[in-house]
Design a protein around this ligand. Sequence first.
Ligand SMILES: Nc1ncnc2c1ncn2[C@@H]1O[C@H](COP(=O)(O)OP(=O)(O)OP(=O)(O)O)[C@@H](O)[C@H]1O
Ligand SMILES: [Mg+2]
Length: 235
Amino acid sequence: MLKLSNVNAGYGKLGVLWNVSLEVHSGEFVALVGPNGAGKTTVLRTISGIVNPAGGEVRFMNQKINGLPVQQIMRMGISFVTDDGCLFSGMTVMENLMMGAYTVNDKEKVKNSLDSIFELFPRLAERKKQFAGSMSGGERKMLAIARGLMSDPKLILVDEPSLGLAPKLVLDVFKTLKDLTTRGVTILLVEQNVNTTLKIVDRGYVLEQGSIIQEGSSTELRENDHIKKAYLGIA
Ligand SMILES: Nc1ncnc2c1ncn2[C@@H]1O[C@H](COP(=O)(O)OP(=O)(O)OP(=O)(O)O)[C@@H](O)[C@H]1O
Ligand SMILES: [Mg+2]
């Protein structure tokens, strides 16, 4: 479904990603983990078209997408949930959700998305009229993910949803993501909470200093010596 081949990318003259290759198949739940500043967010920005790679190729559904405008990539079925959620705090839950559907013209489709989102996130259904700014941290994360689903994406890129959440809420968010995969949504998840992440995803990639240094099934990665030492705190 998604394939990055030898992607080099950065900001102006600053190189951040070096020969990054990774794949996400339809229906998979894949993680991209790595330390601060490794370039994880830059990978997601490159896929969603915010950053234009200097070299290599990004393909989605057998089509080259690097160089296409962000909106077109979104229309093709890729949704990006940023780590800050990018919510409009002065707007209600409902208004924020509708912003996520701005690329969708079909009203019936929007209604269907809303119905399934309220089924998946009953708390949001109860709080349609509440301002996003007055929601709790966990509720805002859920709203950001829900908004990302409003365009009915084939692939959703989620950047550090556990950031700033209490452990119990982290589990709630991860459980919701797992639920999504059982509903047929494909997920590329960026996380620093490696321990929990490797318990729920199918496969993962480890990015360090802009390069993929390790990849494998979640079981393989959990048993890898470097990952045990550097990410799981197991000597
Ligand atoms: N807009 C930007 N302009 C210039 N440099 C940037 C920009 N965004 C990120 N960088 C730099 O690119 C590198 C990778 O950043 P990126 O945000 O992709 O890392 P990350 O792995 O997501 O880190 P974190 O875990 O802290 O979110 C960093 O050195 C960062 O300073
Ligand atoms: Mg980041």
